[in-house]
Design a protein around this ligand. Structure first.
Ligand code: XMP
Length: 509
């Protein structure tokens, strides 16, 4: 993206992505980069933020970098480890504290002449999470704010545009965090606030037109938010030179295939729908191992998709709805990349297609905003995420058409009640799980039943990496349970899953 941007250098903190989201909320484009990859070409860079880290500056393996690449040239804000690192590099002292400080702290003194702290007063609350503390500053640096336990809670350089804060302005618990980041991004870095859904759409459409020329593009639609918004964006750029393929593997939600195809057609998209359910059910027969199920579905999906794609002979590009969190390489202590998504798909072989990922810079909430900007209806932009292998990962044991049908009905009842109770939009993801390997006794009328339970799952999350169960009121759960047991043949018990992730996962498999 060629527009003003902030570079966030990632030292492995769990809140690095949050910093990026906060900067984007200030209508300013930003990129997260591994700590040692500050870009050589930096004319659009208006400021640099150094993130926190699980390391101490005293650890042998702690992350170091050449600060001279940007210090003195661009405004710099160090957060937690970032603040300690700069202080340590230039001759200040950083020491281990006896107790790890975690949670709320109150600012005791604030130097209001520091532009970073403008509008922030003593008595306001910040959020701390650190083991080390800065105990003296390098020469030419000034104290800007203290808390009861931390003398150097904020500092600045007298010579260069450099600031450091021990607390975390990016977390919501840090009441003054938004103000501080605004001061940095807008007042210090002079952001023009040019990043918005509308500017993203107009810039991306013109970039896509240049990149793609008269070429044909293929895109796999899943009914989900990301692929839908990617398709509508591409359609705006190149019209019917975009062909979308929507594969029905038979394990979508109740009536989902028909509903989504209707939505796509009213959006004007050129979509080929393929009902391949027979093949998927045949190949899944008697397979009970969850990994095996995923592999078969993934393989069949790629083969069906490729067979359709081959028919579009002159296609040059494959477009995907990959979004920013899928691509950010989060550093963890072992240096391994943490991956959060397991998208089904693959490049059709022999076609030599190039990859086009128009949403690669966006967070999920930005994708939704861009969708709205493009006129995608709310019921599509607001949809919960749904796994590629569909209900197959929500049926324990082997997958059959009959089980899918039972689960589709239970799931539809659950989701309808969530909508009616006004809870759907408060929940990240919800669905029913058929515990078809478990049977229990029940009684209906005068008859004994011996049938399967259904588990309900509803979680809150921001990125699916962690999640917590949503506290659905008992009255709603009671209605859902009652209707499922009365109407869905084959189910005689309903349970609510109250586990968080970790240690559980969102899907049961
Ligand atoms: P878990 O169960 O790992 O799920 O907590 C995290 C997120 O990923 C989705 N998910 C999948 N998505 N293919 C997908 O495209 C899969 O095989 C798959 N498994 C899980 C899940 O729905 C949740 O949003």
């Amino acid at each position: 993206m060629s527009m003003q941007k902030i570079i966030i250098l990632d030292f492995g903190s769990q809140t690095t992505q949050l910093i990026a989201r906060r900067v984007r909320e200030l209508n300013t484009f930003c990129e997260v980069m591994p700590y040692n990859r500050y870009p050589q070409e930096d004319k659009d860079v208006i400021g640099v933020i150094l993130s926190g880290s699980p390391y101490s500056v005293h650890d042998k393996e702690s992350f170091r970098l050449d600060l001279s690449a940007f210090v003195g040239k661009k405004p710099v804000l160090g957060i937690c480890y970032g603040a300690q690192l700069m202080s340590h590099e230039w001759g200040g002292t950083v020491e281990k504290t006896d107790t790890r400080e975690y949670g709320r702290a109150i600012l005791q003194t604030v130097d209001s002449s520091d532009i970073l702290l403008r509008g922030i007063e003593a008595g306001e609350q910040v959020w701390m999470s650190h083991g080390d503390t800065i105990t003296s500053l390098p020469e030419g640096f000034r104290l800007s704010a203290s808390t009861e336990n931390v003398r150097f809670a904020a500092y600045r350089s007298e010579k260069e545009p450099v600031w450091g804060v021990q607390f975390h302005p990016e977390v919501v618990h840090s009441a003054i965090g938004g103000r501080l980041l605004h001061n940095f991004v807008v007042d210090i870095c002079h952001s023009r606030g040019e990043w918005s859904a509308a500017s993203f759409v107009s810039q991306t459409v013109s970039e896509l037109q240049q990149q793609l020329g008269q070429d044909r593009v293929i895109l796999g639609l899943s009914g989900g938010v990301d692929s839908t918004v990617a398709a509508v964006l591409l359609h705006k750029a190149i019209g019917n030179r975009l062909t979308c393929i929507f594969v029905d593997h038979g394990m979508l939600r109740l009536n989902e295939y028909e509903d989504v195809m209707r939505d796509y057609s009213s959006l004007g998209l050129n979509v080929i729908g393929v009902d391949a359910s027979e093949r998927f059910f045949d190949d899944l027969q008697d397979v009970t191992d969850p990994e095996q199920k995923r592999k078969i579905i993934g393989r069949d999906f790629v083969e069906v998709f490729n067979a359709e794609a081959q028919k579009i002979r002159d296609a040059r590009w494959l477009a995907q709805g990959t979004i920013y969190p899928d691509r950010i390489e989060s550093l963890n202590i072992t240096g391994k990349t943490i991956k959060s998504h397991h998208n089904v798909g693959g490049l059709p072989k022999d076609m030599h297609l190039q990859l086009c990922e128009p949403l690669r810079w966006l967070f999920k909430d930005e994708v939704r905003r861009v969708g709205r900007e493009l006129g995608v209806p709310d019921h599509l932009t607001g949809r919960h995420p749904f796994p590629g292998p569909g209900l197959a990962v929500r049926i324990l044991g082997d997958v059959t058409r009959e089980k899918v049908h039972i689960l589709q009905q239970a799931d539809a009842i659950f989701i309808r009640h969530l909508r009616e109770a006004g809870l759907y939009d408060k929940i990240w993801q919800a669905g029913a799980v058929l515990l078809s390997t478990v049977r229990s006794v029940g009684v209906m009328g005068d008859e004994r039943t011996y049938e399967n339970p259904v588990a309900l799952r509803a979680v809150t999350s921001t990125d699916a990496m962690t999640a917590d169960f949503y506290p659905i009121p008992y009255e709603v759960l009671a209605k859902v349970s009652n209707e499922i047991i009365n109407k869905v043949q084959g189910v005689n018990r309903v349970c609510y899953d109250i586990s968080s992730k970790p240690p559980a996962t969102i899907e049961w498999e």
